[in-house]
Design a protein around this ligand. Structure first.
Ligand code: SME
Length: 164
């Protein structure tokens, strides 16, 4: 297994260098958990984000909606394991089926603080056959770390998950 090689450049250039490497990592692997795990590790190697991880939509007997988000593969400190539909940034991205960029988590009503060190966040839904099957969540210790560049390239990266 080759290591991820991306050096210098703007954020956009770093994504552009990273993307074919992630595509190659995921090619030929149909297990979504394995691909989620390597996507987190690859993003971690290139960007200095505080937390990078997936929450996966799972059936739940204990949640009124019958489903919840459950912590999946991630890189970073321990995090909340369960998020309800429509709750927090992750549950809102799931409900609204759209990318949510939060420049300042203190200004997002209902933000779930897994760590008080997190200051800004982006959540990108993973969509398969028009259903949200998971979300990718990135947290930063700096304010306003995420923008449309992250949104564009993270959505592209999620197409490599090879969902069944
Ligand atoms: N902040 C997220 C919860 C997940 S952690 O950041 C890892 C939210 O509000 O949904």
């Amino acid at each position: 297994m080759e290591s991820i090689i991306v050096s210098g450049g703007t954020k956009e250039q770093r994504y552009q260098a990273l993307i074919p490497q992630i595509e190659a990592l995921c090619a030929g692997e149909n297990d979504i958990i394995a691909n989620m795990a390597n996507i987190c590790a690859a993003l971690r190697e290139v960007f200095d984000f505080f937390w990078i991880g997936f929450y996966i939509v799972r059936k739940s007997d204990t949640h009124p909606d019958g489903e919840r988000l459950v912590l999946g593969p991630f890189q970073g400190p321990v995090a909340c394991t369960s998020i309800a539909y429509g709750r927090g940034v992750c549950g809102t991205a799931w409900k609204e089926r759209r990318v949510i960029i939060v420049p300042d988590v203190d200004k997002f009503p209902g933000h779930i603080a897994c760590s008080s060190l997190s200051r800004s966040e982006i959540v990108v839904p993973v969509i398969n056959n028009e259903n949200v099957t998971a979300v990718l969540d990135l947290d930063s210790k700096e304010l306003a770390s995420f923008d449309e560049v992250d949104s564009k390239y993270l959505q592209q990266i999620l197409t490599f998950l090879n969902q069944q």
